[in-house]
Design a protein around this ligand. Structure first.
Ligand code: CP
Length: 309
């Protein structure tokens, strides 16, 4: 019921309601207001794969709302002794009220959701989905443009293995976005995802060149080439560093255009871009806190007050 495994688990109306909740929770996320909505609740942060932002923003979200957190990683736990994901999740079902799970295997979040009673939030499953990232991405886009409707969004980089763009593209077309998919031919968005996007009636263009797409974009969403998912290091070497945005590339960009990145970045965005009016990736990372607060409340059936003070 409270699971969020893919963006299909939320209707458009629910997405907007969560974003509205998140907006009201910003002062709580910043620590300016104390609102212990989740006092007595326990979040299990189940990270079988590395993370900085997702794990820590879930933890901050839970703690700022008065709840507590169990942090789990593959290292230092009985996973090293061969314990299965199924058995591990059975323990968590008894120890926590809600779990965020990140796993290198696509489908692991759905598997976990099927295995336990507590709500499961997919914090990234292999090259599959990353719906809570999408929610903070949508929050950031709406904050900048005042709407999610009908934007021109350019997705750049590793569209094959990048789970953030899989979830985000799906959500954006549901709000009528026009998408331009920029990637090397070996890292194109999987065909089944492109078909799904087109089924929503959206205009989808695929290209290898970023340069021509900058001037018309409302949002440029840049992703890292996912080195860890390549079966062959030589294949990675062929595409490493293929896109690199520098401040001078943005002279023709529209006013109000934003550059986003789920982070971590390697070399896709030159640090010189950070001080331009276009850079939004650090605010985007902060937005993980109020957005995940709102998602935790939703999964635990707790209403966010209409006025937060
Ligand atoms: N955006 C994101 O998922 O970052 P982490 O891998 O650091 O959690």
């Amino acid at each position: 019921m409270g699971d969020i495994v893919t963006m299909d688990d939320l209707t458009n109306q629910e997405i907007v309601a969560v974003l509205d909740d998140a907006e009201r929770l910003v002062p709580v996320a910043r620590g300016d207001v104390y609102l212990p909505l989740l006092q007595g609740k326990v979040l299990a942060n189940m990270f079988f794969e590395n993370s900085t932002r997702t794990r820590m923003s879930f933890e901050t979200a839970m703690k700022r709302l008065g709840g507590s957190v169990l942090n789990f990683t593959s290292i230092g736990t009985s996973v090293a002794k061969g314990e299965t994901l199924y058995d591990t999740m059975q323990m968590i079902d008894g120890y926590a009220d809600v779990a965020a799970i990140r796993h290198p295997r696509q489908g692991a979040a759905q598997y976990s959701a099927d295995a336990v009673e507590i709500p499961i939030l997919n914090a990234g499953d292999g090259a599959g989905n990353h719906p809570t990232q999408t929610m903070l991405d949508l929050f950031t886009i709406r904050q900048a443009h005042g709407t999610l409707e009908g934007l021109n969004v350019v997705l750049v980089g590793d569209l094959r293995y990048g789970r953030t763009v899989h979830s985000l593209s799906h959500a954006l077309v549901r709000f009528g976005a026009k998408l331009t998919l920029v990637s090397p031919s070996t890292l194109k968005m999987p065909v089944e995802i492109v078909s799904d996007l087109r089924e929503h009636g959206s205009e989808i263009m695929e290209t290898e060149s970023l340069e021509d797409q900058i001037a018309g974009a409302d949002v440029i969403y840049v992703t890292r080439i996912q080195k860890e998912r390549f079966p062959d290091e030589d294949e990675y070497a062929k595409v490493a560093g293929i896109y690199k945005i520098e401040a001078s590339d943005l002279s023709g960009a529209m006013k109000g255009m934003i550059i986003m990145h789920p982070l971590p970045r390697v070399d896709e965005i030159d640090p010189g871009v950070d001080s331009t009016e276009f850079a939004r990736y650090f605010e985007q990372a902060f937005n993980g806190v109020p957005t995940r607060m709102a998602l935790l409340c939703r999964s635990l059936g707790i209403d966010v007050p209409k006025k937060v003070k």
